[in-house]
Design a protein around this ligand. Structure first.
Ligand SMILES: [Zn+2]
Length: 469
């Protein structure tokens, strides 16, 4: 059997693996490449994937860089296996994604028509999302299912966002011994609010594929991060300016609302209005409170009695684009949480354009920013590597304070990843270890740390590489 690495190799987006045995073809994740202009071409190219030939598709979690290309599997006959929460979140994410693809193509086609250029097609349309929507087959954490001939699937908690899972596959080829393959998916941090801690890598694996987003560093402890956030809110209130938070609609947005509310409740930061400027995040927030059993012990009770839903409702949803633009006319301290998470589109972009050049404005970057995104450029400003960023075709001098707060990251740092890998590499077992879903340098740092800790040489594949087992 073999595994083809078809995305997130030496980068963090476009997660995709193809498992091929003599009897079965199984796709694990089919995420979108994000960040670079050339990604549109990469997203459209299915390469060696023939949807009709797939026996199963497995989805680790609902983030766009793991699900965003699923609607391109036109002609798919197989089922899409994911945890129940991932199924529900993916549905709303993909509908939203199709709407964005269509409206971006419409906008581009308007200027193309004026310039006499040929029209473009959106990456996919709502019909494509509807076409796969009947193929979802939810599977709860810890339950086993044969998803293709000789391929048994079990999900385990990944602690990254609601419904996120690592994938454990027990694969038997005719006449052969069963092999265990573990795909980490995205691994969360221990001790974060909301979500349960990740389970360790399953033992007795023959092959482990692990993410390496933050393979080169540890985050600051979350207690320090909460204090940092409180200080940011106090400064914004004092300067009577906004706090802008680009956040993924699923996971970061809910955690930020919760954090801002808790800090105000504890008297550590001033009360200020919170605007959730993302209809998708507003829908996702509702789903968070309908899967109480997936939340950590602390929040389960408040979820069941409805307190959590009430708490999260302090964030006012901003539904239309016009309402979003109206926020630019309000001159008072407030927190605006808007997508996209890496500032490469969405409503956060216009908020940044209106505010980055102002002294006193605070920008909070709570998540990972891929190469080529506006979010990454802002990270570079915070490190003193540049002073201007390009927003909507214009160079803007950044006078706002840019705060990167890794302690609220949905991804484990290096110690957390080593801890997770230890579940599979501890004791006498030495699986083949493959590091993916990380840029070249962080990934290599993790490989060095893995060698030092477990004595295992980790593979660092690139796009298109094949792992034989
Ligand atoms: Zn993710």
């Amino acid at each position: 059997m073999r595994i083809r690495i078809l995305g997130a190799a030496g980068e963090v987006t476009g997660s995709c693996y193809l498992l091929e045995t003599a009897q079965a073809k199984v796709l694990i994740d089919f995420g979108m490449f994000q960040g670079a202009r050339s990604d549109d071409g990469r997203n459209r190219d299915l390469g060696i994937i023939v949807p009709e030939e797939l026996d199963a598709v497995i989805v680790t979690h609902a983030h766009q860089d793991h699900t965003g290309r699923l609607p391109l599997l036109r002609g798919l006959r197989a089922q899409l296996h994911a945890t129940p929460a991932t199924v529900e979140l993916s549905r709303i994410m993909l509908e939203d994604s199709a709407r964005i693809q269509e409206s971006e193509a419409d906008r581009e086609n308007r200027w193309r028509e004026r310039e006499g250029k040929p029209q473009v097609e959106p990456l996919y349309r709502r019909e494509d999302v509807d076409a796969i929507s009947t193929r979802w087959n939810p599977l709860k954490l810890g339950v086993e299912r044969e998803v293709a001939p000789g391929v048994r699937l079990r999900f385990q908690e990944a602690g990254h966002i609601l419904g996120s899972a690592s994938v454990v596959l027990d694969v038997t080829e005719q006449g052969g011994m069963p092999k265990r393959i573990v795909f980490s998916g995205d691994i969360g941090q221990n001790g974060m609010p909301f979500i349960r801690d990740p389970d360790l890598c399953a033992p007795d694996a023959d092959l482990v594929l692990c993410e390496s987003t933050y393979g080169d560093r540890d985050h600051r402890p979350s207690s320090e991060t909460f204090e940092e956030l409180a200080e940011i809110l106090r400064q914004a209130a004092w300067a009577r300016h906004k706090v802008l938070v680009p956040a993924f609609a699923v996971g970061r947005a809910q955690l930020m609302i919760h954090a801002v509310m808790e800090l105000a409740r504890e008297g550590r930061s001033p009360q200020m209005p919170v605007y959730l400027d993302s209809p998708l995040a507003a829908k996702a927030t509702k789903l968070y409170t309908s899967f109480c059993d997936l939340l950590d012990d602390e929040l389960q009770t408040s979820c069941r009695v409805g307190d959590l839903a009430r708490d999260l409702a302090i964030a006012k949803p901003v539904l239309s684009g016009a309402e979003s633009r109206e926020l630019n006319q309000l001159w008072e301290p407030m927190v605006v949480i808007a997508g996209s998470g890496m500032c490469n589109g969405g409503r956060i972009v216009h908020h940044l354009r209106h505010n980055l050049w102002r002294h006193g404005v605070q920008v909070v970057l709570p998540g990972f920013m891929a190469h080529g995104t506006l979010g990454r450029a802002l990270v570079e400003v915070s490190r003193g590597q540049r002073s201007h960023v390009r927003v909507m075709g214009q160079d803007v001098l950044v006078r706002a304070k840019i705060n990167t707060i890794g302690g609220l990251s949905a991804h484990a740092g290096q110690s957390g990843l080593l801890n997770w890998i230890g579940g599979g590499c501890g004791g006498g077992s030495k699986p083949m270890l493959v590091l993916t879903h990380g840029e070249i340098e962080p990934r290599h740092e993790l490989a060095l740390a893995v060698k030092a800790r477990f004595g295992v040489d980790a593979h660092e594949p690139m796009y298109g590489d094949t792992i034989e087992l």
